[in-house]
Write a protein that binds this ligand. Structure first.
Ligand SMILES: [Zn+2]
Length: 319
């Protein structure tokens, strides 16, 4: 069955057409900039769906992943990266716009569906998929289905408060996990270190300006063996592991899959994450090994997962 999956990001929208029998096979893909406002978004998604159908053939359903809190009827309540959009009944309006059955879910939930069907968590009935990008998203698979919670809002560990006196978060609180353990967190740790004169090799790679330093300058310097940069990567890894250990204590997954932009540094980052995790999780030495592995489906994961969700939404409802 051919279904359309769309991943709405803060700046761009990626759409794919996927055959649900071959979850990792993308038949067509298109990208458009993220429009402003709810009406603009519905119109853009409708046009994207029509274009994908003309590329790949008519589709049976459409699924959309959005960054934010989505209820079980497919209404987007709020998305920190989608300005001017609140309480948008996206699934209902998209079904009307396209004439197709429409499913809307949180973008990280869509990532989790894709990785569970055709990626690094394939076949796992208990899995945690965490995306480390600008912020942190997560999809929790339990009993072979998605954990949605009472309202559909479950799986937002990026806003677990890990330091009540920590830096402010766009969500309005302080010290959320994503302030420390995301790409943004790495950038902040790096700027603090650079201003303290502790990160010279990475600063040189950024052109000499401590304020211009970004995560990739740190990982590049770390790859060259720079001790200060390696120390910062270790600090980031500890923050990542701290959140993962808290989540593992609650959820006891069989596998943790790490996706998002930071996964490009998985070779550098995951070994220290695994070490810190083993020390931080409850009774680490007494538990069976818990694999912490990089995502396999890359930037298409969210859109593929949205398409797979649309192909069989009932399959993902926890009973
Ligand atoms: Zn927050």
């Amino acid at each position: 069955m051919l279904t359309i999956g769309i991943d709405v990001g803060g700046t761009k929208v990626l759409g794919v057409a996927v055959d649900s029998l071959e979850p990792a096979a993308v038949r067509a893909e298109r990208r458009v900039p993220t429009p402003e406002g709810g009406a603009g978004l519905v119109r853009a998604l409708g046009e994207l769906a029509a274009a994908l159908a003309s590329d790949a053939g008519s589709a049976a359903a459409i699924g959309v992943g959005v960054p934010g809190l989505v209820d079980r009827a497919g209404t987007l309540h709020v998305g920190p990266h989608l300005r001017h959009i609140t309480d948008l009944p996206l699934a209902a309006q998209l079904a009307e716009e396209t004439g197709l059955p429409a499913v809307v879910d949180n973008d990280a939930n869509c990532h989790a569906v894709a990785e569970q069907q055709g990626g690094a968590a394939q076949g796992a009935s208990e899995a945690l998929v965490v995306t480390l990008g600008t912020g942190i998203g997560a999809g929790i698979i339990t009993g072979g289905a998605l954990l949605h919670g009472a309202n559909g809002f479950a799986g937002e560990p990026g806003h677990m408060i890990v330091d009540p006196n920590g830096p402010p978060c766009p969500c309005g609180k302080r010290g959320c996990w994503e302030r420390f353990a995301s790409g943004t967190g790495l950038g902040r740790l790096a700027r603090d270190a650079a201003h303290g004169g502790r990160l010279d090799a990475a600063v040189a790679l950024s052109g000499g300006d401590p304020d211009a330093i970004r995560g990739e300058h740190v990982t590049a310097a770390a790859r060259l063996g720079d001790a200060a940069a390696l120390g910062l990567v270790d600090e980031l890894a500890r923050w990542i592991a701290l959140g993962l250990a808290n989540l593992a204590n609650i959820l006891d997954p069989a596998v943790i899959v790490i996706g998002g932009g930071l996964v490009e540094a998985a070779d550098l980052l995951l070994p220290p994450v695994r070490e810190h995790f083993a020390a931080l999780v409850m009774a680490g030495e007494r538990r069976p090994p818990l694999p912490i592995v990089p995502a396999r489906l890359g930037e298409h994961a969210g859109a593929i997962g949205a398409a797979l969700l649309a192909a069989g939404p009932d399959q993902w409802v926890l009973r």
